[in-house]
Design a protein around this ligand. Structure first.
Ligand code: PMV
Length: 327
């Protein structure tokens, strides 16, 4: 049996459809070049060890029979519950050492938790020769995320597993990889960390107060996602940008936009971007813009001038990958 494996998975950026995708509507998501890399080693000990320096977990050890039990530090939750779910499903209980390393800051909202969950499950399935399709990996990783945070569409897990640019519907009801080229996406980080569950709850509160308005907004966002998908396939980036701007209007209706993101979005548009919007839950994290090549630098400068941080990304990146396997 193999004893050691290294797996990597990409981070993600939501292109269109956030929040509505929590409620059975579609979204568009792209996998980014920055990856999460996870090493897993089967040990003779009866302990679970985790090193995840990017999320401030070091020297974390517990007996394997306690995995998933008791207080679990925030940074250890996803890897630990992924192990618990995989072991329970396959009736395994071995000692393990897991080390995670991220090529991107967990602050950006690129989906480091989902990517590490996916890597752990894929790594264990390879080590124990448990045959799992991408959809099986998606399903177990999605269960893991729901076990921990109770909410979420799973779009980030799909991006980590499949890579590319996906047309995705809640819970993986539909996962379609679009056959498109890399996108000239410009990403600006607001410097503020957003908490996804808090923002989902905020929108749910709004939906209680204005049910019809919010439902209608979800339906309009769904329409925009479908239109944007056709523009992406046709490589009509100007129209795609226009649809991004319209989607941003609905995110304002949902109440997840903030001043800082708005300044960055307007700076990008004023500098000649075809379109700009927030990406993900809102309340912080990143905004994205699409711009013609000759306006790219001006858009980046505009974002920086209003206090944003430019983050270079490759889009449409490769999904889950076995980096190395040792006996
Ligand atoms: O905060 P992020 O970047 O993980 O994006 C959250 C997107 C939501 O639609 C609000 C939640 C979800 O799981 O789809």
């Amino acid at each position: 049996m193999s004893k050691k494996i290294r797996i990597s998975a990409p981070g993600k950026l939501m292109l269109l459809g956030e929040h509505a995708v929590v409620y059975n509507r579609p979204c568009l998501v792209t996998a980014v070049g920055q990856r999460m890399v996870v090493a897993i080693e089967i040990k003779d000990s009866h302990t679970f060890e985790l090193e995840a320096p990017d999320v401030k977990v070091s020297g974390y050890t517990k007996v394997i029979s306690d995995v998933g039990k008791g207080e679990i530090p925030k940074g250890a939750k996803f890897a630990e519950i992924a192990v618990k779910n995989f072991f329970e499903k396959n009736k395994i209980r071995d000692g393990l050492k897991i080390t995670t390393r991220s090529e991107f800051s967990s602050q950006f909202g690129f989906g480091s938790s989902s990517a590490s969950t996916v890597c752990v499950i894929k790594g264990l399935s390879e080590l124990y020769k448990v045959n799992m399709s991408n959809k099986d990996i998606f399903d177990l990783a999605y269960k893991t995320v729901l076990d921990i945070q109770g909410k979420g569409s799973g779009f980030d897990i799909a991006a980590a597993v499949y890579g590319g640019t996906l047309h995705f519907v809640t819970g993986g009801k539909k996962i379609e990889k679009l056959s498109i080229n890399k996108l000239p996406l410009i990403v600006g980080y607001s410097g503020l960390k957003a908490d996804t569950v808090t923002l989902i709850n905020k929108v749910a509160e709004k939906s209680k107060k204005y049910p019809e308005v919010i439902e209608n907004s979800y339906n309009q966002i769904k329409k925009l996602v479908e239109i944007a998908k056709t523009y992406l396939i046709k490589e009509d980036l100007q129209s795609f940008g226009e649809v991004m701007n319209m989607n941003q209007g609905f995110l304002e209706v949902l109440g997840v936009n903030i001043n800082k993101l708005s300044s960055m979005i307007y700076a990008a548009r004023d500098a000649g971007a075809y379109g700009a919007k927030l990406s993900g839950a809102g309340g912080g994290d990143c905004m994205i813009a699409i711009a013609p090549e000759d306006k790219k630098q001006a858009v980046i400068d505009g974002i920086i001038q209003v206090g944003g941080q430019y983050v270079q990304v490759e889009t449409n990146a490769e999904g889950l990958k076995v980096e190395s396997l040792k006996k």
